[in-house]
Design a protein around this ligand. Structure first.
Ligand SMILES: Cc1cc2nc3c(=O)[nH]c(=O)nc-3n(C[C@H](O)[C@H](O)[C@H](O)COP(=O)(O)OP(=O)(O)OC[C@H]3O[C@@H](n4cnc5c(N)ncnc54)[C@H](O)[C@@H]3O)c2cc1C
Length: 381
């Protein structure tokens, strides 16, 4: 007789894996299936020449929640990788996030007061221009930005917008900034200290040995099957367990009966280069619209530091292209506009009525999730 499980978990990404770990702790049996040829979902890494290549985009774990950090470190120790991306605008290099290093590189300013004055001068210039051109958009004495370009200019002024935001955002969204709604950028954090650490969180890093170690540790003791699509034979899979955790697409689960949810996607162009150190940093953003890709990731810098970089004579890079999504492509970022939000709500109403099936993760909840919030939610931290 075929084995029967407490849980069938559809999807071996982080959500499914943390859930499986928690259930196993409670003495439950789990079968985890994934349609891809590997476990790990989007955090899967492929080893090439001793380098862990993040196959679905660069992943940096970061959190302020000590319980989450302690939990993932109890599965596999993490290194201290500090994300400090560099922006390359037509060969000019700027530190990110916007901080005193950026402002010094942009204007030669040295003190925070000088930097603040420069930004203020450019913001005021932008505001005066808009008010003069479109006094009808001033409401209660406040100019209402009409698009993302105006919003960015009001927040940080011309130089930062032109060199570091305009082209990059255009590539990300496939539309020029004056055609994008202002609400996409609510805030543009600027720091008046010399600090290139991208995240504000207390803890950040990469699992030593790569993300596959984290997934393997979480799934220890569970039965797993790859190359196995739930929809190829859903009745058979459902019959194998008392309950189901579904982490695939919620619209697909319901046969797209209300319509298809939309996404943005990213495509990757990978190259092995015969140099030990290509760009000297894991993440370089290309902010000019003339360069077709948004970022170049040099994977070894996530886990190799100092001499270790040179101990491996080659390097692996990925160029990232932000691409319009079409059915059949990898679905990365939900598009939380009105249409998709209300469509998701319709599916959620059905999902809430299910007695045997739970829905979780980025595809089933149609929600952008960083990794740490998944651990926080599933483990209840
Ligand atoms: C480009 C990019 C960069 C990111 N960088 C970061 C970062 O730096 N830091 C951070 O914290 N987070 C980052 N994230 C977010 C992170 O990837 C997610 O938090 C995490 O992967 C979500 O896990 P999940 O299990 O919900 O989804 P997934 O990892 O997508 O797992 C879902 C799994 O379900 C499987 N599946 C779907 N349908 C079926 C089916 N019918 N049958 C069987 N299996 C199925 C899929 O194959 C997949 O493996 C990034 C995301 C993207 C897109």
């Amino acid at each position: 007789m075929e084995k029967h499980y407490d849980y069938l978990i559809v999807g071996a990404g982080l959500y499914g894996a943390v859930f499986a770990y928690k259930m196993r702790q409670q003495g439950k049996t789990c079968l985890v299936i994934d349609k891809r040829p590997h476990l790990g979902g989007n955090i899967y890494c492929e080893e090439q020449h001793g380098i862990n290549v993040h196959k679905y985009g660069a992943h940096i774990f970061h959190t302020n929640n000590k319980k989450v950090w302690d939990f993932v470190n109890s599965i596999v120790p993490f290194n201290r990788y500090t994300n400090s991306p560099i922006a390359n605008y037509e060969g000019e290099l700027y530190n990110l996030p916007f901080n005193m290093n950026t402002f010094h590189q942009m204007w030669g300013v040295v003190t925070p007061d000088e930097a603040k004055a420069k930004i203020e001068e450019q913001r005021t210039e932008a505001l005066q221009g808009f008010v003069q051109q479109h006094p009808e958009f001033v409401v209660d004495g406040v100019y209402q930005p009409q698009n993302l370009e105006e919003q960015a200019l009001l927040l940080v002024g011309k130089d930062i917008y032109e060199k570091l935001i305009k082209g990059y955002t255009q590539k990300q969204w496939g539309r020029t900034c004056d055609q994008l709604p202002a609400f996409i950028i609510k805030r543009l954090p600027v720091r008046f200290v010399y600090d290139n650490n991208y995240f504000n969180d207390s803890y950040q890093g990469i699992p030593i040995g790569g993300y596959n170690k984290l997934i393997e540790g979480l799934l220890e003791g569970c039965d797993t099957l790859v190359n196995t699509d739930f929809f190829a034979n859903r009745e058979q899979w459902e019959a194998m367990a008392d309950k189901v955790l579904f982490t695939g697409k919620i619209d697909e689960y319901y046969n797209y009966q209300f319509g298809m949810l939309q996404y943005r996607t990213v495509s990757f162009e990978e190259e092995i280069l015969s140099t030990p150190n290509y760009q000297g940093n894991a993440v370089m953003n290309f902010t000019s619209a003339d360069v077709p890709y948004t970022r170049v990731i040099e994977h070894k810098h996530f886990e190799m530091f100092g001499q270790q970089v040179y101990d491996v004579p080659c390097t692996v890079i990925s160029r990232e292209y932000s691409t319009e999504w079409e059915p059949g492509m990898e679905s990365y970022y939900p598009v939380n506009d009105e249409r998709n939000t209300s469509l998701y709500q319709q599916y959620k109403t059905l999902a809430d009525k299910e007695e045997k099936v739970l829905f979780g993760g980025r595809l089933a909840e149609y929600k952008y999730y960083d990794m740490a919030p998944i651990v926080e939610k599933v483990m209840g931290y």
